[in-house]
Design a binder for this molecule. Structure first.
Ligand SMILES: [Zn+2]
Length: 138
């Protein structure tokens, strides 16, 4: 079961954008931690089970093969405030979201369905079905 937080496990294009994102946040005095990059399907299914067949809050609507993390196109982050991960700081998340968008990433804080302040992705215009059928970011 793989649930990686290594930048090298992202698609090279997304890895580069993620590094730019971290650097740009730092320039604006925001330290962030990358909490998840690539997940295999087994790991995704385990997360999907949370809040359904396992205890805990629901954190995803995606089963294995349905998350952009499964295709190395997505990463999750959290701002570090006073040395601690701060999951509740909506304002800082928004600032990071703006930075992500300026770099060409999609930020899930803008999503209407299953809004996720911590999630960024880049697919080069590919849809989930494209990735599922084996297409790759150019
Ligand atoms: Zn995510």
């Amino acid at each position: 079961m793989i649930n990686s937080r290594k930048l090298e496990d992202l698609h090279p294009v997304v890895e580069r954008m993620c590094r730019e994102f971290i650097a740009e946040c730092r320039k604006q005095d925001i330290d962030i931690l990358i909490t998840s990059t690539y997940r295999d399907n087994e790991s995704q299914n385990a997360i999907y089970a949370q809040g359904r067949t396992k205890a805990g809050p629901r954190v995803t609507n995606a089963k294995g093969g349905q998350s952009f993390h499964n295709y190395r196109c997505a990463f999750d982050f959290v701002p570090i405030v006073n040395g601690k991960a701060d999951w509740t700081n909506t304002m800082t998340f928004r600032k990071c979201g703006d930075i992500a968008k300026q770099l060409g990433l999609e930020w899930a804080g803008d999503w209407v369905h299953f809004k996720e302040l911590a999630h960024c992705q880049y697919t080069g215009g590919l849809k989930l079905a494209d990735l599922q059928s084996g297409k790759q970011i150019a």
